[in-house]
Each structure stands twice: as structure tokens, then as C-alpha cells.
Design a binder for this molecule. Structure first.
Ligand SMILES: *Cc1c(COP(=O)(O)O)cnc(C)c1O
Length: 348
């Protein structure tokens, strides 16, 4: 084949299944079970009426102004992306040359390794401690280290590190520390305020999970303006389209929707975590919209297969050096209850 060695050697990212059948209950990719804000459809209709023959605003100015108001940053601190995966790609391309190194914790988001492989970069992983804290060596100096990814809350565990701990890590690192806050809207803490004090702290957010907009593809980065200015040179000129900018702006404007959704999801998370613990699962305290469940005896793969055959999709997670488990996205109360009923039978 004609592709670069790096591409030929790597295996691509495998997204969670997207079943065609509609009676499947889908708790495998951390989507929001509730429809997004009702303000979105009219905003998109207005953008269509305004005409799609022109290119979109390359800097998504309307979104940055609105997100800046909500989060307390001037717009030049914000960079928008076609999903936060696009932000992660832009940062990888901007900071890491081929042969240089990207570090991230293990187990965590599987995309980081793929991005490193595409870039021809080296990967250094640091295992979480068994209580899902990180050892100091996560911030140790290392030859050629150019970028550190830290999902917080983490996936698959749902666990969160304190901003104080992350500030400590940032002070020791002399490269960018990208805190991937895909799930931070479901947590009690986040690292936005660290961005002001630490030029090497970058915070990435997505509308896919907490705003119920995985189908839209919109994410953004908060970092110091000097960093954003450099990253702007790397992104595709029109990486966000006119319809997604309109929809994302309406979504982030509707903070009442977010707060209401957050209440429902965190209640569902308690329902799931408590129910699973009653069935004997070990469930780390989650600050995200999913829980990670490890059963002492029942095999995770068997549970996954049995649930799937009954029309419920969860994510089977097997990582090197880690007990395998199932990751279950928070559904509606009815979906959560149904899953718990099935697992009660399967683990009895
Ligand atoms: C879902 C997820 C993302 C990707 O979000 P998109 O905006 O949909 O690309 C990034 N990081 C983590 C840890 C995620 O779980």
C-alpha cells in the first residue's frame, strides 16, 4: 500500500457499536439519554435560512463569546473544534513531532494512543494506582516529552483527581498538560481556573456528553491566548460548520437545560452505582455519566454478551494489568432499572 509506515502498522480507533435496531438500549458510548435543549432546532433553522452558500465563521466567534460569558473567559482564550477529538488532534499536531513523546495514564481514553501512532510519536503510559490516583512519576521529566493527556474525570473509571493535585503535576511538567474534561459537567470540580495561573494547562471540553449533542460534533479548548493563537495556525480553516456553530451556541446558552440534565444524570448515576454495589460489583466513585463495574466472580465478557443478547449494550473493558469490567453509561431511570434487573439474574 501507499500509506506511511506509521499508518500501515497501526490499528485504528474502534468506536462503540451504533446498532441499527431501535429497541436496543444503548449504554455503551456515554451518550446522554435525554434529548438536547429545545432551543437548538430553531437556531439551526435560522442558520439555514441565513444561507449556507458562504463559508462559516472560521473562529466560531458567536460560540466563543457565549461560552466565554458562561465560563468567565475572554473569547481569545477559546478554540473550537469539530468535536473534542478534533481539539486533541490539533494539539498533537502542534506540540509533538515524529519521534517525540506523548504521555497519558493507563487505563484511560483509547484515542490518545491512536493520535500518537498517526503522528509517529512515542507513547509513555503511567499506570493509575489501584485507588485511581496518579503516582508522582506521571509528572517526571523525560527526554522528548512534548504533551501529556489527562482525562479528568477519567474513562473508564469515572474517577476524578482534584484540581490541587493537577496543579502540582502541571508545575512539575515542562510541557503542555491537556486536561480532557469531556465529563467535567457531571463532576463537582474542574480545572478551568488553573488555566489562568498555568500557561501549560489546557482544558478541553465537549458538547457530546453533557449537552446531549454527540451527533453534532462540537468541542472546545480553553487555554492562554498565546497558546490558542498558535493552535489556530494548525486547525483546518473551517473546522466547525455553520450549523454546528449555531447549534452549539444555542446549547451552551441554555444553562438551565444543563443544570436540569446534570441533576437527572447524577441521580441516575447514584441509582446505578448503588444498585450495582448491592449486586456485589466493585464500583469506583464516579464523577461522570457512566460507572465502571468490576464483579469479583462473574466474567465481564459473559455479562456483556448476555446483556447484548437481551438488547442492552454496555462496553466491555479489558485492559492490560487491570481487572476487566463493564462500563455502563447512565440511562433513564427505567433503563437503569432494567439493566440492574438483568444483572441481578445474571449474577445470582
Ligand atoms: C467522548 C470523549 C471525548 C470525545 O468527545 P467528542 O467531542 O465527541 O469528540 C474526548 N475525551 C474523552 C475522555 C471522551 O470520553
Amino acid at each position: 500500500m501507499f500509506v506511511r509506515q506509521e499508518i500501515a502498522r497501526m490499528s485504528g480507533y474502534t468506536p462503540g457499536e451504533q446498532p441499527g435496531a431501535r429497541k436496543i438500549i444503548k449504554l455503551n458510548t456515554n451518550e446522554n439519554p435525554y434529548p438536547p435543549s429545545q432551543t437548538i432546532a430553531p437556531a439551526v433553522a435560522t442558520a439555514v435560512q441565513a444561507g449556507l452558500q458562504k463559508y462559516p465563521d472560521p473562529h466560531a466567534t458567536a460560540f466563543r463569546a457565549c461560552a466565554g460569558d458562561v465560563l468567565g473567559f475572554d473569547p481569545e482564550w477559546i478554540l473550537c473544534g469539530n468535536g473534542s477529538d478534533d481539539i486533541l488532534t490539533i494539539c498533537t499536531r502542534a506540540f509533538v513531532g515524529s519521534g517525540e513523546t506523548i504521555r497519558f495514564p493507563h487505563p484511560s481514553y483509547l484515542l490518545y494512543k491512536i493520535l500518537a501512532d498517526i503522528q509517529g510519536a512515542c507513547v509513555e503510559t503511567v499506570d493509575f494506582n489501584t485507588d485511581w490516583t496518579l503516582p508522582d512519576k506521571f509528572a517526571a521529566p523525560s527526554e522528548g516529552l512534548k504533551l501529556v493527556f489527562l482525562p479528568n474525570p477519567n474513562s473508564p473509571s469515572g474517577t476524578v483527581l482534584s484540581p490541587e493535585r493537577i496543579a502540582e503535576l502541571a508545575r512539575q511538567l515542562d510541557c503542555p498538560l491537556l486536561v480532557d474534561e469531556a465529563y467535567a459537567d457531571f463532576a463537582e470540580v474542574n480545572c478551568l481556573s488553573l488555566v489562568r495561573e498555568h500557561p501549560n494547562v489546557l482544558v478541553c471540553r465537549t458538547l457530546s456528553k453533557s449537552y446531549g449533542l454527540a451527533g453534532l460534533r462540537f468541542g472546545f479548548l480553553v487555554a492562554q491566548p498565546e497558546v490558542i493563537a498558535e493552535l489556530n495556525k494548525v486547525k483546518d480553516s473551517y473546522n466547525c460548520d455553520a450549523l454546528s456553530i449555531a447549534a452549539a451556541t444555542a446549547a451552551i446558552h441554555d444553562q438551565a437545560w444543563l443544570q436540569d440534565n446534570r441533576r437527572k444524570i447524577t441521580a441516575g448515576r447514584d441509582q446505578l452505582a448503588n444498585g450495582l454495589r448491592e449486586l456485589g460489583f466493585n464500583v469506583p466513585k464516579s464523577s461522570a455519566n457512566f460507572v465502571f463495574a468490576i464483579h469479583p466472580t462473574a466474567k465481564a465478557k459473559d455479562l456483556f454478551d448476555a446483556l447484548k443478547s437481551q438488547g442492552v449494550l454496555v462496553r466491555y473493558m479489558a485492559y492490560d494489568r487491570w481487572p476487566e469490567g463493564i462500563r455502563v453509561s447512565v440511562g433513564t431511570p427505567e433503563q437503569n432499572e432494567l439493566l440492574l434487573d438483568m444483572l441481578r439474574e445474571l449474577t445470582a
